[in-house]
Design a protein around this ligand. Structure first.
Ligand SMILES: CC(C)(COP(=O)(O)OP(=O)(O)OC[C@H]1O[C@@H](n2cnc3c(N)ncnc32)[C@H](O)[C@@H]1O)[C@@H](O)C(=O)NCCC(=O)NCCS
Ligand SMILES: Nc1ncnc2c1ncn2[C@@H]1O[C@H](COP(=O)(O)OP(=O)(O)OP(=O)(O)O)[C@@H](O)[C@H]1O
Length: 234
């Protein structure tokens, strides 16, 4: 199985690229969706976070007030690290189960869309790593336009992540998303060819099909040994 890492900065265009992968039938595990599940009312993550940050981060219906919690953690690095530590086990196990489900279904290539792929050291499980890069000015403009947030809040969120230039230097594949969506689409077509190239042997043995071949070989080896043994003793 090939696990492709997809990362970048906030509002650099990861979800836009994810959607292109999905439209070409390449499944995507979205860490933001897993993280949202981990904070759902009544879940283990919710209990930990409410215990640590108090009831003031809750809405009347008991769900977490995400903009409120965002304001708290994106303006205070210590509180953000604390939140990250509380949620990390739930997010990593959630991602693991999503990957396992896709493995069981027999997918050979999957994409992990993880904003904090490098920060959380999850890059060691993914190859190739795609970084969606955008210039800092465009990034802030798109973030402001999308989230209708204040400039201060947007800048805090950008500064909460590893610099995009550093992420770019760690990438196997860089998508420059500073220009138009048409330009992004053109770059994506080349990336898709690269991502869908035939599996290496190592990737094949990690796929469900590879595991089946190993299992079938071991089973037939055992049967042959048993046959040889029973012929010998007769
Ligand atoms: C603080 C929360 C509640 C704010 O929720 P909100 O709906 O406003 O933002 P959302 O979850 O959609 O995240 C938007 C983007 O913010 C960035 N981001 C989210 N969490 C973090 C973080 N801890 N550190 C740096 N950037 C982050 C990501 O680029 C993400 O794509 C939420 O982001 C959260 O629970 N964060 C902690 C979990 C986490 O680490 N998520 C990232 C998955 S790898
Ligand atoms: N090439 C582009 N031209 C114009 N707008 C774009 C382009 N790419 C993405 N956008 C817009 O920029 C915003 C951010 O993109 P997107 O949501 O894909 O980023 P993201 O990296 O997934 O963000 P997050 O880290 O918050 O999940 C969206 O409103 C999206 O529609």
């Amino acid at each position: 199985m090939r696990i492709v890492g997809l990362t970048g900065g906030i509002a650099s265009g990861k979800s836009t690229v994810s959607n292109l992968f999905k439209s070409h039938d390449v499944p995507v595990v979205d860490a933001d969706v897993v993280a949202r599940e981990a904070l759902r009312k009544g879940s283990g993550g919710w209990k930990k976070v409410v215990g640590a940050f108090g009831n003031e981060i809750l809405l009347e219906n008991g769900e977490v007030n995400r903009p409120r919690l965002g304001q708290i953690v994106f303006s205070d690095p210590d509180k953000r690290q604390f939140l990250n530590r509380l949620l990390a086990p739930y997010i990593s196990s959630g991602i693991f189960w999503e990957v396992l489900k896709l493995w069981i279904k027999g997918y050979k290539v999957i994409v992990l869309d993880v904003p904090l792929l490098f920060e959380a050291k999850m890059d060691r499980f993914t190859k190739p790593i795609i970084v969606v890069w955008v210039d800092p000015e465009t990034q802030i403009q798109r973030l402001l336009a999308r989230d209708k947030s204040s400039k201060e809040d947007a800048t805090n969120r950008v500064n909460a992540q590893m610099a995009l230039d550093v992420k770019r230097s760690k990438a196997d594949i860089v998508i420059d998303n500073t220009s138009s969506l048409d330009d992004l689409n053109q770059q994506f077509q080349k990336v898709l060819v690269e991502v869908l190239r035939p599996l290496t042997w190592a990737e094949f043995w990690l796929s469900r099909q590879g595991a089946m071949v190993i299992l079938a070989s071991v089973a037939s080896g055992v049967v042959l040994c048993l046959k040889a043994f029973s012929n010998h003793t007769l």
